[in-house]
Design a protein around this ligand. Structure first.
Ligand SMILES: Nc1ncnc2c1ncn2[C@@H]1O[C@H](COP(=O)(O)OP(=O)(O)O)[C@@H](O)[C@H]1O
Ligand SMILES: [Mg+2]
Length: 325
């Protein structure tokens, strides 16, 4: 069956109860990823990227209240009870996280782990699972996969471990791969290799990818669509070329101006003065206002800017129209 979207997130809001009061980590975000497409979610640390994806797939912490609608292929995920949602997620979504050890068990050979979930979801025998594990390790570029299949995670380098984690995420042939800062902990050379690997796998397997990063430099090379998050909201979203060629939100413009050159990829986006807002104390208007070099309109400080369309599929939440600055 063909689908127009793999994952469709509609007005998702996440409020987390904390000792200091409710924290609105995500405030009404909407986006979609289509088959074979890469959707990049970009923003500084704490902007709500991980919470968006955890909540969208039913993995938000217990203290979180999630509203909005999420559809995965033909299934309305938000309408499902936890156990059904877990099943659908396990069958259709693969996850890769910043630290591969969050998915890997240190005391199990990697081959067993790579296909553990697949054995259940695809009904593989132990023997077939082992052959499949070797195949998957080869697919992600692990040298001597037939031998390495019995090695333990600590016998791999950080980059090779991330490859194993990717193999594990792909074992159930997911329609969607969610990669949350998968290269942030890696050195520059290894980062580039992992980015290239995912792009190559995507081209071969047709998997849709959601790539979460704080590094706009990564986005340009791999994404079709990009959404920029700030203070729990998407402040600008659109086709990657449109957003890079005609960035409209002052935050996107600042991010692009602060973009490290590729040889320094992986460093934090530090060049924007000030720090991101505390979600406990979000400004009433545009959350970027306190740091904004433009402050284009008196309403910026007090009024939430409406979502405006500035191009084909290119939307922005700002009063700024590019006339000044
Ligand atoms: N388990 C949690 N409990 C309470 N607040 C959380 C939890 N996880 C994240 N948050 C809050 O939600 C906001 C968004 O966090 P997160 O989605 O992890 O940001 P990002 O992935 O963009 O760095 C942050 O302000 C963070 O403090
Ligand atoms: Mg995160």
């Amino acid at each position: 069956m063909s689908h127009t979207t793999v994952l469709s997130v509609d007005d998702l809001t996440v409020t987390v109860g904390t000792r200091r009061g409710p924290v609105r980590a995500v405030a009404g975000v909407s986006w979609q990823v289509r088959p074979g497409e890469t959707f990049a979610l970009v923003g500084e640390s704490g902007s709500g990227k991980s919470m968006t994806l955890l909540a969208a797939t039913g993995l938000a912490p217990r203290a979180a209240t999630v509203t909005g609608r999420v559809r995965l292929l033909d299934t309305e995920l938000t309408a499902l009870p936890d156990d059904r949602r877990r099943k659908v997620r396990g069958r259709h979504v693969g996850f890769v996280f910043q630290d591969p050890m969050t998915s890997l068990n240190p005391v199990l050979p990697v081959g067993r782990q790579v296909t553990e979930a697949a054995e259940e979801h695809l009904g593989l025998t132990r023997r077939a699972a082992r052959d499949r594990a070797v195949e998957l390790l080869e697919l992600v570029g692990i040298p001597s996969a037939a031998r390495r299949v019995d090695a333990y995670p600590h016998q791999f380098s950080g980059g090779m471990r991330q490859r194993v984690a990717i193999a594990m995420a792909l074992a159930c042939e997911p329609d969607l791969l969610i990669a949350d800062e998968p290269t942030t902990a890696l050195d520059v050379t290894t980062q580039a290799q992992i980015i290239e690997l995912v792009a190559d796998l995507q081209a071969r397997l047709g998997t849709a990818v959601v790539w979460v990063t704080h590094d706009l430099g990564v986005v340009a090379g791999i994404a079709d669509t990009v959404a920029v998050m700030y203070g729990g909201r998407i402040v600008e979203q659109g086709p990657v070329d449109a957003v890079f060629d005609a960035p409209t939100h002052p935050y996107t413009r600042a991010l692009l101006a602060a973009r490290p050159d590729p040889s320094r990829r992986g460093e934090d986006l530090v060049a924007i003065p000030g720090s991101p807002p505390s979600p406990l104390d979000l400004p009433p208007g545009c959350a970027f206002w306190p740091r904004c070099p433009v402050r284009a309109d008196p309403r910026c400080e007090h009024e939430l800017p409406p979502l405006t369309t500035v191009g084909d599929g290119h939307t922005v939440r700002t009063f700024y129209r590019g006339e000044a600055g």
